[in-house]
Design a protein around this ligand. Structure first.
Ligand SMILES: [Zn+2]
Length: 109
């Protein structure tokens, strides 16, 4: 659960909210209810302590030297044997099944 709190409020009066937005007591409103000085709530834990976003100091670099997106794993590099196997399979001629020929020819009447 995310919590939000206003850092301008005194700690004793600070309360956490489940929604982001303006602090009702710190934001200055005009006579027509328009916002004059907005005071935004910031992300906090459930006790009202601000949460700091933790970032990695340097981006993780994958095998190719490209920054790795966190949570994504690069596909395994195929081995030499596998590469040769794939090349052999592509080189082989794939016979066209007879059914396909019949359907393709049958459409024109
Ligand atoms: Zn406030």
């Amino acid at each position: 659960m995310k919590h939000y709190a206003c850092m301008d409020c005194p700690t004793s009066e600070r309360s956490t909210f489940k929604f982001k937005g303006l602090c009702r007591s710190c934001t200055e409103y005009g006579s027509d209810g328009e916002v004059i000085t907005p005071v935004y709530r910031i992300r906090t834990d459930e006790y009202g302590n601000p949460v700091k976003h933790i970032r990695a100091e340097r981006p993780t670099v994958n095998r190719s030297g490209i920054p790795q997106r966190v949570g994504f794993r690069e596909a395994r590099k195929p081995t030499k044997k596998e590469l040769q196997g794939n090349a052999a399979m592509i080189a082989e001629e794939v016979p066209v099944p007879e059914m396909v020929e019949i359907i393709a020819g049958g459409e024109e009447e």
